[in-house]
Design a protein around this ligand. Structure first.
Ligand SMILES: CC(C)(COP(=O)(O)OP(=O)(O)OC[C@H]1O[C@@H](n2cnc3c(N)ncnc32)[C@H](O)[C@@H]1OP(=O)(O)O)[C@@H](O)C(=O)NCCC(=O)NCCS
Length: 208
């Protein structure tokens, strides 16, 4: 591979990825209201696992969108957020890629609007964002980290064929956590022959 390795704090993400009935696209100006509405409706669902939802306000949603659009497509970012939408553009959930694991690796995070859970949004969206991440110049590895008590979150990397590579004690940050973090990993070699790539193929074929 000819690409320079990622520095560990900046990468140039693609603007969107299509995955059949699901589309993930970067945050755009004007997204603040829909982001706020989804978080407000999902507050009790997110609170056990996501520290940042406490005291969430429309102003925080506006700040989040402003930070995301401050770096236009094509420029390097230390992290990036994607809206996962259906084909009608309805927001179903959100994903983030973060360069906080060191050179060549990105961490993938997600949450799904409580009104759209148990339909495969997290699984298919995580597959799409994994593919996008591994297509990013310099990125070799993608990891998903979650607290052991968050079984719904752990089902996602397990279904996509990520490998469980570490179990580490961590400070409890949210009411649902037990303080044991499971770390899952995939890479450029294993991803294309795994369950996640097959899921993406099937989803795309079903909507052609
Ligand atoms: C975790 C989360 C993202 C899963 O989203 P989702 O779109 O419902 O997940 P999927 O539909 O792709 O489900 C994948 C599998 O996870 C498991 N799962 C999902 N929700 C579950 C739940 N509430 N209880 C038990 N298992 C669950 C199931 O095995 C499910 O497959 P199935 O529905 O065919 O049985 C969502 O519940 C969420 O937003 N949780 C709060 C935020 C969060 O925890 N984010 C991750 C932080 S590390």
């Amino acid at each position: 591979m000819s690409d320079e390795p990622a520095t560990g704090d900046d990468f140039v993400p693609a603007p969107r990825v299509d995955a059949g009935w699901l589309v993930c696209r970067r945050v755009e100006p004007g997204d603040a209201d829909v982001v706020y509405e989804a978080i407000a409706a999902s507050m009790e669902h997110l609170r056990p696992w996501m520290a940042w939802v406490e005291g969430y306000t429309p102003e925080k949603a506006r700040g989040f969108v402003e930070r995301n659009v401050a770096r236009p497509g094509g420029s390097g970012v230390p992290e990036v957020s994607y809206l996962a939408c259906d084909r009608d553009g309805r927001l179903l959930g959100m994903f983030g890629l973060h360069a906080r694991l060191g050179p060549g690796a990105l961490e993938l995070g997600y949450w799904v609007d409580v009104r759209h859970t148990r339909r495969g949004v997290a699984t298919l969206g995580a597959a799409a964002l994994t593919e996008l991440a591994l297509d990013t110049p310099g990125v070799e590895v993608v990891e998903i980290h979650h607290d052991r008590a968050n079984r719904a979150s752990g089902a996602v990397p397990a279904r996509l064929g990520y490998q469980l590579v570490a179990t580490v004690d961590r400070e409890v940050e949210t009411p649902g956590e037990e303080g044991v973090e499971l770390q899952w990993r995939t890479n450029r070699e294993t991803w294309p022959v795994g369950a996640g790539a097959r899921l993406l193929d099937e989803a795309r074929a079903a909507t052609v």
